[in-house]
Design a protein around this ligand. Sequence first.
Ligand SMILES: [Zn+2]
Ligand SMILES: [Zn+2]
Length: 380
Amino acid sequence: MRSNLTAKRDSKARRAGYLAYRQQTRRKRLSDIFAANLCVSKIAMSRHFDPHLVNGPFGDPALYVDLVFERRALLFDLGDLAPLSPRSLLRVSDVFVSHRHMDHFVGFDQLLRCILGRETTVRFYGSTGLIESIEHKLKAYTWNLIARYESNPVLRVTEIDADGRLTSAQFPGRVAFARVDDESAMGDDFVLLQEPGFLVRTTIIEHGVPALAFALEERAHINIWRNKLEAMGLAVGRWLGAFKEAILHGSPEDTPIEVAWTGARGERPESLPLGALKRDIMRVTSGRKIAYVVDCGFTEANAARVVALAKDADVLFIEAAFLQEDCARAAERQHLTAHQAGTLARLANVKRLVTLHYSPRYQGHGERLAREAETAFRGG
Ligand SMILES: [Zn+2]
Ligand SMILES: [Zn+2]
């Protein structure tokens, strides 16, 4: 029997090894780290995203992503939110604002109206100036009654600059949304939000003003087959944590993993090789990826950033404001044509393309934009 002290020391050493591993991989793309940084859970519940556009392709941009198992949602852009029920709005925990042209930000008030009097924190992310914009929005209202409310929301706002530095401030309802500045810190590779199950990354694109495009990346899982464990006579237990760490460290396939058996061990071995366990009891589910790109001039720099951000996404939501025949107008307004949107989707090798933010000049002819984008996407 190993003493507690030894176990503690081992766990410390493992932690140190893990930190070294993180250090070493820091410079790699985060998605690579995620591919390796797999989580072992019981029967891992697959995290499902359910994304849908709040308005039609001619309406204001807003993408609602329901995190089905968490009873909360993410929102990309704050165009008109009228179609969302109060129940849907109350699920929103994090809001990503591409830029503050009115068609992307007007829904802020609708969201705020809905969360007043609720004990909730809603986080907002955007480009430099978002804190000030939200401060001004909040200052536009009179808050003398809010101190009497039993519950009050907190708005936590984070903005990212061109170097990837994150600056945050809070606006607590109980002090009439007076601004409280937090310290700013260098971010990690333009990641705005990182949680055990997913992350949201951004890139800055040029649209006359800096605008943000976003990618939501689900983390890959290791699913442990409970029925296979049982069939082999293996018990669920802490050893699964060591199994995970061995995978995390990229340990060789013949690494012995101490296992626990159900019932008496009898003739059964104390450990099994890592490779055999990987083959017999686990299945890796790769995470899904969604990208959201709006209001983007078709420049070389923007194209490179969008393609890198959206690389291999399962779904790309992207603006297709103009027809290619109006590309001069698109360039002048720093928007994409449908053909350009489809081309970017093809270059990024995404699986599915959804276009939005059509210019009102094509009302009644939306299918032309959709078709043009799809043709370019298929390589036409
Ligand atoms: Zn715009
Ligand atoms: Zn716009």
